[in-house]
Write a protein that binds this ligand. Structure first.
Ligand code: GTP
Length: 533
């Protein structure tokens, strides 16, 4: 397939708007998977199936025959196309995964639920795609629902993103209505991948995982040239050279093809021993050539940290093994060893966000049978001392006020939160945000009944219970997304909890001065009841 007959695209959507269902229908329509295989194909992890959310992006290649009218012959022309569908997670915590998937695409289907309309993650995902210069095809899905109002959604898309209403496709991934327009639109509206077929091979490493039998499997997008079995390729990041043992496409399982050409997305197996050698965002290129590395991805930022300890201290080795295996396939978690006087030996783990942390814990238990105790999540604070040196504190217990150095300033990370709510809930949401030390940035209406609020909030204030409270005060209607923003100066203190006069390191927290009294009292109260019982 020459690049002109290749299209690389993603599906982006707010959680639950039907992205995975639509992906499944497209795979069925092209005969890539059989109808009625049960669970969603691209959601492979057990936790994804259980929670119905996509965590890790997956890729599948489809073949599709596209027919167009030929005005000269008054007949039709049919050509076969190779379409690479790159799945993306919808949840706020995984926007890193989303931008990673978008790097290999030239276009995206922006799926919006016809009844719910644009939601917080629709906005976040739209801007990720827009900033990557992708062609965006709006798909208004679930038009079979009795409350569907596609015209209202079209008006929202026009108002928020300046999308022409005539561009929107109307579909039901449930009944199949409108689905036949989707792939022709992909072919006609999304440009083919750019690249030079005659140059030495150059590719972007999109993802990697470890397979017990095959070793490290890398997902790659070929930008220039071709890669064949037996070729030698080098990593721009490490300078190491590998032989290509196997190369092919995901159709949807690994299907060897012996070669991948310019514009294609597929897999490559080399002699890499560990996924640590396969740096996501790295450029792999023909060995012994000097190439310009491709622009990589934004590096992962760990925003939520928590201690992970074995429930039974003697299980440290088993936990260590389980964490090592899991991080082999989730390079976005950072892990360092730590010791607590209360909990023994364990690990300090850094996550992209709260859901990412929950998913990690759940996978540790489900896939590796590890029973764990995790400490209260915290965010990375920065403290400055009198001598102007700065430290980043990821474990509150590590902050020592009596180390002989005076702390002169503290900073905490903030986020810009986008909240979409029916207008009757604006009052309570504003109250919640000010209680959480938020600063209003924007307050607009996206249609007659829905408001959009933007707040700058300290990250600390949203990692514990914010989302649940937001959902409960808005009867479940609020949608929420956030992006990292800058650090702000803040009046922070360390709060120790003493048991029998001794501070318990695992319970230390860093907290805003004004909140310390209230939160401390509540915590001690709970603890007292717990210890008494
Ligand atoms: P994440 O993977 O978490 O991002 O969610 P998603 O956007 O992939 O949503 P998913 O495909 O899992 O669909 C969410 C729910 O909506 C499921 O219960 C689907 O069966 C249902 N659904 C999907 N498409 C349609 C549709 O066209 N009509 C109706 N009525 N329901 C649909």
């Amino acid at each position: 397939y020459p690049p002109e007959r290749i299209r690389n695209f993603s599906i982006i959507a707010h959680v639950d708007h039907g992205k995975s269902t639509l992906a499944d229908r497209l795979l069925e329509l092209t005969g890539t998977i059989q109808k009625g295989h049960g669970a969603q194909y691209l959601d492979k992890l057990q936790v994804e199936k259980e929670r119905g959310i996509t965590v890790k992006a997956q890729t599948a290649t489809m073949f599709y025959k596209h027919t167009v009218e030929n005005p000269e012959s008054h007949g039709t022309d049919t050509s076969s196309y190779l379409l690479n569908l790159i799945d993306t997670p919808g949840h706020v915590d995984f926007s890193y995964e989303v931008s990673r998937s978008l790097a290999a695409c030239q276009g995206a289907l922006l799926v919006v639920d016809a009844a719910q309309g644009v939601q917080a993650q629709t906005i976040a995902n739209f801007y990720l795609a827009f900033e990557s210069n992708l062609s965006i095809i709006p798909v208004i899905n679930k038009i079979d629902q009795p409350t569907a109002d596609p015209d209202n959604v079209k008006a929202q898309l026009k108002r928020l993103f300046d999308i022409d209403p005539s561009e929107a496709l109307l579909t039901s991934a449930k009944t199949g209505q409108g689905l036949s327009q989707v792939l022709p639109a992909v072919i006609e509206r999304i440009p083919c991948p750019p690249g030079n077929c005659d140059s030495p091979v150059r590719m972007l490493l999109l993802d990697s995982y470890y397979d017990e039998y095959k070793g490290v499997i890398c997902h790659v997008a070929i930008v220039d040239g071709a890669m064949r079995k037996g070729d030698k390729i080098s990593s721009a990041a490490t300078g190491r050279t590998y032989e290509v043992f196997d190369v092919g496409i995901m159709h949807p399982e690994l299907t060897p093809t012996g070669v991948l050409y310019t514009g294609q997305v597929g897999y490559v197996i080399t002699g890499m021993r560990s996924t640590k050698e396969a740096r996501i965002g790295d450029t792999l290129h023909q060995a012994k050539t000097i190439v310009e590395p491709l622009p990589g991805f934004k590096p992962v930022r760990h925003m939520v940290f928590s201690g992970v300890y074995p429930a039974d201290g003697s299980d440290f080795e088993a936990l260590s093994h389980a964490i090592e295996k899991l991080t082999c396939n989730d390079a976005s978690v950072s892990v360092t060893k730590e010791t607590s006087t209360a909990l023994g030996m364990g690990f300090r783990c850094g996550f992209l966000g709260l859901l990412h942390m929950d998913v990690f814990h759940q996978r540790l238990e489900q896939e590796y049978g590890a029973q764990v105790i995790s400490t209260i999540p915290t965010v990375p604070y920065i403290f400055e001392y009198g001598d102007e040196s700065k430290v980043q504190i990821e474990n509150p217990a590590a902050l020592n006020f009596n180390a002989g150095k005076r702390i002169t300033a503290c900073w905490e990370p903030t986020v810009i939160a986008t909240i979409i709510i029916p207008s009757e809930y604006v009052g309570p949401v504003i109250m919640l945000c000010s209680e959480r030390r938020g600063e209003q940035q924007e307050y607009t209406f996206i249609d007659a009944n829905r408001a959009l609020l933007k707040y700058r909030l300290p990250l600390r204030e949203i990692i514990v219970d914010f989302y649940n409270e937001l959902k409960s005060i808005t009867s479940g209607y609020a949608t929420f997304d956030y992006e990292d923003s800058e650090y702000q100066k803040s009046d922070l203190v360390k709060m120790d909890i003493l048991l029998n006069g001794q501070p318990v390191d695992a319970m230390a927290t860093i907290i805003h001065n004004q909140k310390a009294q209230k939160v401390g009292r509540e915590l001690v109260d709970k603890l007292k009841k717990f210890i008494e019982s």
